[in-house]
Design a protein around this ligand. Structure first.
Ligand SMILES: *Cc1c(COP(=O)(O)O)cnc(C)c1O
Length: 364
């Protein structure tokens, strides 16, 4: 038997750099906040940030712990907490580590007003321009801004941030409304940021001074009907494993838990070392594509914790040890996600610690 290649995520750092260069061409006048939250969308926040630091103007994360992980790894560019800080006691840590923070609610404003800090914090006023998840409501912005101006713990000029709810829907009028609410409320001359990947790709009016690319950096599309590859981006993660068994199954026999797939004719079933214990969704239905030896074969039977099964066909020559690709090169994660009824964001972000991470093309 050959040495095994069990669940492995190959992360192509050259593709990552290519994707950032593409974004810079598309939003040529904007500075870049490279989004590396949720462990760099499952790709590894530190290796991604190290690969992109020289070309990024700042980084964006969701949690303080994520920002501190980047600082520990030597990342020195500004880091923005997209949802701001969660506790008063975080403020001195923000100050000590040059972390910018979104400020989206009264509780955060009051914490800033009451803190004892030796130097001011860099804040991005988060405006709720219509998504109604986080942000200060438009009618409350004037008072909010005047309190921030009066607060010595807040660096001036202020910066402004917002987020789209429907920018992946190219016909949806909400996006243009959000842009106009944002540009009217943000103070003139201040730095502004509203576009994430779909804004960058589909809404040039949203680019403004800063853009915040996430998923498209990783070579995955934010749109349901268009792959990133068709727009000139390259997949960064290829999820691989190998066949650990090739078995004969006779017509009428079923495969796996719950006997959810039955062979229509005699065939060969390939067993791949990849399961929901690695983060491959158990909800993937029969027919979800997998690549074996360069060809697509359908998932056959329920995904189990450590294995999944595919129909190789009666005439297959595939052998134990042959490589399988679950998504990435040759099989867009967007397409797999469509079969599963989710978005590729979730697929790449949910890999578990059992998946070995391998980084390719580390040198610039
Ligand atoms: C996650 C996130 C982004 C990046 O979104 P993508 O769709 O992955 O590009 C940008 N801004 C905020 C506030 C986010 O939470």
């Amino acid at each position: 038997m050959k040495p095994t290649l069990a669940a492995t995520a190959c992360v192509n750092l050259a593709a990552l750099r290519h994707n950032l260069a593409q974004i810079k061409q598309t939003a040529a006048k904007s500075k870049i906040t490279t989004i590396v939250k949720a462990n760099g969308y499952g790709h590894g926040a530190v290796p991604v940030a190290l690969a992109l630091e020289s070309e990024s103007d700042s980084f964006g994360v969701a949690r303080l712990e994520e920002a501190l992980e980047l600082r520990s790894a030597g990342i020195s560019k500004p880091i923005l907490l997209l949802e701001g800080f969660y506790a008063d006691s975080d403020l001195p840590i923000l100050q000590a580590n040059n972390l910018h923070t979104a400020v989206h609610c009264l509780e955060q404003l009051e914490a800033l007003e009451q803190a004892q800090l030796s130097s001011p914090i860099k804040v991005w006023v988060k405006i709720d321009t219509g998504m109604h998840r986080l942000g200060v409501r438009p009618e409350q912005i004037p008072e909010f801004i005047s309190r921030l101006h009066a607060c010595p713990n807040v660096e001036k000029p202020l910066r402004f941030i917002s987020h789209f709810g429907c920018a992946d829907e190219l016909e949806n009028p909400i996006t243009m409304q959000q842009i106009s609410v944002f540009t009217e409320l943000a103070e003139s001359g201040c730095e502004r940021s509203i576009a994430a990947s779909s804004g960058i790709l589909a809404w040039p009016d949203s680019h403004l001074e800063w853009v915040r690319p996430g998923i498209i950096l990783y070579g995955v599309s934010p749109f349901s009907d268009k792959t990133a590859q068709s727009m000139g981006y390259q997949p960064v993660m290829t999820l691989k494993s190998q066949l650990i068994a090739v078995r004969e199954v006779k017509a009428g026999e079923s495969v796996g838990y719950g006997a959810t797939w039955t062979a229509k004719q005699d065939t060969k079933i390939g067993v791949i070392a990849m399961g929901y214990g690695d983060g491959y969704p158990r909800t993937a239905p029969n027919g979800t594509p997998v690549i074996i030896n360069g060809r697509r074969v359908p998932l056959a039977g329920r995904v189990s914790m450590d294995m999944l099964t595919v129909d190789l066909g009666a005439n297959s020559q595939d052998k134990v040890g042959d490589k399988a690709i679950l998504w990435g090169e040759g099989l867009p994660a967007e397409e797999v996600a469509q079969h599963i009824g989710t978005i590729a964001y979730e697929l790449v972000t949910k890999l578990t610690g059992r998946v070995e991470m391998v980084y390719l093309n580390e040198q610039v």
